[in-house]
Write a protein that binds this ligand. Sequence first.
Ligand code: NAI
Length: 339
Amino acid sequence: RRSCSATPPSASHVMRRGFASDSAPERKVAVLGAAGGIGQPLALLMKLNPLVSKLALYDIAGTPGVAADVSHINTRSEVAGFMGEDQLGQALEGSDIVIIPAGVPRKPGMTRDDLFNINAGIVKSLCTAISKYCPSALVNMISNPVNSTVPIAAEVFKKAGTYNEKKLFGVTTLDVVRAKTFYAGKAKVNVAEVNVPVVGGHAGITILPLFSQATPRANLSDEEIKALTKRTQDGGTEVVEAKAGKGSATLSMAYAGAIFADACLKGLNGVPDVVECSFVQSTVTELPFFASKVRLGKNGVEEVLGLGPLSDFEQQGLEALKPELKSSIEKGITFANQS
Ligand code: NAI
């Protein structure tokens, strides 16, 4: 008993969740880019998720080590590492969810769009493999620029005849995570209770947090809301600059990616009312893809929710982001169709 109560609360929590999950359905999750800055902590967090029964870790290098390491953790899922293109099919086969943090991250002074030339090709080839080996998996796209990589994925799937708009997600959860943290700090409310929708896209001004809908409510001034909005939009750059050339957000991104994948798993398992923001095919605005609240279900997207009432400031932000988001989407579509 004594040694039991000495167990740190977090560890006992993880163990309890592990036992409670024995009846959860079998679910395979593949992480592509699993040896990277995001991939490694994301692999760890997915290993802790009791809803996962199989975890496939794929990268062009380094995955045997990551997989051996993570596999020793005494939780439900069986872990396997896959390295190099000839093992990609095996990594993907049977996957319910494929999470993609493969590709290069930003260095100081770079925009997400500067990553396009390298990451677009990586995403295209990974999605080609997905359409072949696990065409009905949910795809969680983390690789930047998300505003373009999601449209690229959609085009690749369309060409392969496997596109299902309910199953393709740009992961914008980190914007929500940041908005919640920054809002809680400024509004002096309990961060665990905070909800803030973030809509639009995932780059600079296309990231539009809707603080007018934030709960718990707080009386923040227009200036404070403006500053919170800017900090949320520049959150990634804040980390890139602090890391000074050693990459972009990895730990907070892994957390955000794990939260989003968990929501997808819950949706697949039939848990009702699972809602997260995500960049998906959309009719919420005139743009073909847009991030907003999405209800997740057994088929992926159950319902794309509308924006709700916007403040004047948010309405202006919405109009201002559309041209940039439109051109990033078109850039992705053009790339996918030109080669
Ligand atoms: P990293 O460079 O540390 O890791 C990337 C990994 O991808 C490496 O292990 C590399 O070997 C692997 N990789 C490269 N080509 C591959 C291929 N063809 N197949 C499989 N794996 C491949 O980069 P980091 O920091 O993990 O970032 C990854 C991506 O995530 C970047 O594009 C970054 O911009 C993006 N990102 C997205 C965020 C979001 O909110 N959606 C937030 C932060 C980063």
